[in-house]
Design a protein around this ligand. Structure first.
Ligand SMILES: Cc1cc2nc3c(=O)[nH]c(=O)nc-3n(C[C@H](O)[C@H](O)[C@H](O)COP(=O)(O)OP(=O)(O)OC[C@H]3O[C@@H](n4cnc5c(N)ncnc54)[C@H](O)[C@@H]3O)c2cc1C
Length: 300
């Protein structure tokens, strides 16, 4: 199986691993093995590998830093392409350019060090630039849509690199044009920032990080907030009022520190998490008539 792909990877010297455990590549530390786990070293190779996988009809999934996904306990019966090696970042004037696999937190640090304001909110979000653009990640009043000026993506259907500018990203709460076109693979992004004062940018970032440390269960594996914020409600508050703080299914537990998080207390499975989510959704719906929607993405 995957003979065509493996031949290509060997010829092009693209790193890959067979039967790679996805617990190693997700912040939840959950998931079985991917048949093939590929880590292209540059954008051309990422594009070529993705294109070949698609054309050969293989099931393929693009993974950033795995901080918003839950892979099945049976693993991924297909190919996972990780962007982890595409991490270059460069700043020209007020523009920060980053490859898709660059750490979202690291680009906030790079902007701060160049005294550029606008990415403070990104500090502490444990995703990649590609994942952040895909999700329109945000925190503490800021989000990707506030400062993303341009992104490039490879579209295997049109077989070309597509440039998307500002509003054309169709951003919404935790969504972007890429969620509507999941075939596209984001290659890079450009953020338009504003000249600022290093000390005040740093103070804002330190404040955000302090708030995360005090409120979020960062000491345990998780995938962040499990649910999207419903209009007019706070998920953590509702879950807490229902007495579900600390409630567990197997190794998956509603965090005692922040009831909007599910943590992996050790040995949690995707089924544990799914069951716990089902219980929370049912109880919240019954008590508050609110239909919770998952922010975390389950991958089969
Ligand atoms: C402790 C913790 C705190 C968090 N805090 C926040 C927060 O404050 N705000 C917030 O918004 N999120 C938060 N998150 C969630 C998560 O970090 C973000 O959603 C992040 O943007 C996901 O990026 P990623 O690279 O990990 O994406 P992944 O989890 O790897 O993937 C998420 C989705 O993006 C797609 N994707 C990834 N890269 C690409 C690409 N190059 N091209 C096309 N599609 C791609 C994947 O296919 C998948 O569908 C938190 C998570 C944790 C664990």
């Amino acid at each position: 199986m995957y003979k065509d792909i493996i031949e290509f990877l060997c010829d092009a010297e693209v790193p890959y691993i067979k039967n790679e455990l996805l617990t190693r590549h997700t912040t939840f530390r959950i998931g079985g093995a991917a048949d093939l786990f590929i880590t292209p070293k540059d954008a051309d190779s990422l594009k070529d590998v993705y294109d070949l996988c698609k054309r050969s009809g293989h099931k393929v999934y693009v993974l950033g830093r795995g901080s918003n996904v839950v892979f099945s306990d049976d693993g991924y019966k297909g190919i996972v392409i990780s962007t982890e090696n595409l991490s270059s970042v460069r700043i020209e004037g007020n523009t920060l350019y980053a490859e898709c696999g660059a750490s979202f937190t690291q680009i906030a640090v790079a902007a701060r060090d160049a005294s550029l304001a606008g990415l403070e909110f990104a500090y502490g979000i444990p995703g990649s630039v590609g994942g952040a653009v895909f999700m329109n990640a945000g925190a503490y009043g800021g989000q990707v849509s506030d400062c993303l000026s341009q992104s490039t993506a490879f579209d295997p259907v049109e077989n070309k690199v597509v440039l998307t500018y500002g509003d054309d990203h169709e951003f919404g709460y935790r969504t972007s044009i890429y969620k509507k076109n999941p075939e596209r693979i984001i290659l890079s992004a450009e953020f338009e920032l504003k000249p600022g004062d290093f000390d005040s940018i740093k103070a804002t970032m330190d404040d955000f990080m302090g708030r995360r440390r005090s409120k979020q269960p960062l000491e345990y594996p998780s995938a962040g907030s499990v649910f999207k914020r419903p209009e007019g409600h706070f998920v953590g508050q509702m879950v807490e009022e229902l007495g579900l703080k600390g409630y567990s299914v197997g190794g998956a537990q509603v965090s005692e520190k922040h009831a909007g998080f599910i943590i992996n207390k050790g040995g949690a499975t995707a089924s544990n998490v799914a069951e716990l989510i089902g219980i929370i959704k049912e109880k919240v719906n019954k008590a508050y008539n609110v239909e919770l929607e998952c922010e975390v993405i389950f991958v089969q």
